[in-house]
Design a protein around this ligand. Structure first.
Ligand SMILES: [Zn+2]
Ligand SMILES: [Zn+2]
Length: 420
């Protein structure tokens, strides 16, 4: 069998001391911690080239890691090898009388399948075999290019965010949504954030992801993964922040507007795109600057207040053309003034519905996010949207969908589908 080193697990007694060595002394980057509730362990991944270190911290006295440390002290705990077909690997090992802890694959973190080999068969080392998550859950290419008439569209990525399943699916029962969108140990589902660049008479970016101002606590709560950041994907697309003329906001939630501003070396907030004017709908701006107990969690003023201070903010009142071929249209629903971006050139159409239709699983009109402020408005707006997008054969961008950045919508008898 072909096996590649995935990670090395280290049992850690004092996580703060361990971080001060791995992060501060060695200068390595530590990813947001992931809790594996069933194992009563918190895992801190430390990328080192193609493989990682996994610092394992017990969260309860009866955790297997706590017992390991009691018996043998902190230190090397296991190594993990990645294989293509875990079932076949286990069969091969059984045929050679290797002693297995797991006779059959069992679910591991992030949709992977895992099985452990007993140290007595592996010369004193606990070996974990891992088969990565099936393709459907994998993330599509970070940069994808499309043409709509004379306009060039480039779908970018600002990485991954993990949001609570209830927030994403509202009244849809978990047994239904979980089949299509697996949840992690903290009931979070995985979302991409995909800003869209439109190149025509000017260069525009629609939304800008979560950005990089969040602290470790924020990154942990939202499971932020910045391995595909907007800076990186912009560069891959051959663009620099200075190339952007217009930043257009669908709305100002932090997973869309976080990348509008950055903190400079002196700690001051400034616009991320130095030459751009930032176009925001006035009603959305008003709501985002007058927060209430319900909206407060989704809006972070440091993402947009500095735009007004820098004089680069442009508020628009109505549905209108922002640059030739690009028009904003209010949808409401998700927020009162949430807007979709319709793109048209030479009779071809594309549309960026943002959180009106965040992922392909939200195609059924009644699959409405729990976070939507006006769900009945979402229902009406989505039904009209689906009809119009199908009639125009528009290329629809699903900015939060890990597997499908864009597709065309069609109706098969009573259900809406994505056409390749
Ligand atoms: Zn939103
Ligand atoms: Zn969103």
């Amino acid at each position: 069998m072909k096996a590649t080193l995935d990670h090395v697990g280290v049992a850690v007694g004092d996580i703060r001391a361990a971080l001060s060595f791995y992060r501060d002394a060695l200068g390595l980057e530590i990813e947001a911690a992931e809790e594996v509730v069933a194992q009563r362990v918190r895992a801190h991944f430390v990328p080192v080239g193609p493989a990682s270190l996994e610092l394992l911290e017990a969260t309860a006295a009866d955790s297997p890691i706590a017992r390991f440390i009691d018996k043998r002290g902190p230190g090397l705990h296991h190594i993990t090898l990645r294989v293509d077909d875990l079932g076949a690997a286990l069969a091969q090992l059984k045929a050679r009388a290797v002693r297995l802890i797991d006779e059959a694959p069992r679910p591991g973190a992030e949709g992977a399948l895992v099985a452990f080999i007993h140290p007595s068969s592996a010369h004193g080392v606990l070996v974990e075999l891992k088969q990565a998550a099936p393709r459907r859950q994998q993330v599509a290419a970070a940069v994808a290019r499309y043409a709509v008439g004379d306009l060039q569209l480039v779908s970018l990525s600002d990485g991954i965010i993990r949001l609570d399943g209830g927030l994403m699916f509202g009244l849809v029962p978990k047994p239904l949504w979980e089949k299509r969108t697996p949840a992690d140990e903290r009931n979070r589902v995985t979302l991409t954030m995909r800003p869209l660049v439109v190149r025509g008479t000017r260069t525009m970016i629609i939304d800008a992801g979560v950005g990089n101002k969040g602290d470790a606590k924020f990154d942990s709560i939202y499971g932020i993964d910045r391995s595909q950041s907007l800076d990186r994907t912009l560069a891959e697309a051959g663009l620099a922040p200075e190339d952007i003329d217009i930043v257009l906001a669908t709305h100002l939630h932090f997973d869309h507007a976080g990348g509008f501003t950055v903190r400079d070396e002196a700690g001051r907030l400034r616009p991320r795109f130095p030459r751009a004017r930032y176009v925001v709908r006035r009603g959305e701006w008003e709501d985002a600057t007058h927060l209430n107990e319900r909206s407060r969690g989704s809006y972070h003023v440091e993402n947009y207040a500095p735009l007004a201070e820098a004089g680069v903010l442009e508020l628009v009142d109505d549905d209108q053309t922002i640059m030739p071929g690009v028009r904003v249209r209010r949808t409401g629903g998700h927020t009162m003034h949430h807007q979709a971006i319709w793109i048209e050139s030479k009779g071809e159409h594309a549309v960026y519905p943002a959180d009106l239709l965040p992922m392909t699983v939200h195609l059924p009109p009644n699959w409405i996010m729990g976070i939507d402020s006006y769900p009945m408005d979402t229902l009406a707006a989505k039904k009209a949207f689906l009809e119009e997008a199908a009639a125009k054969e528009a290329l629809v961008f699903f900015q939060h969908d890990p597997a499908t950045p864009a597709g065309r919508i069609s109706r098969q008898s009573d259900t809406w589908q994505i056409r390749p």
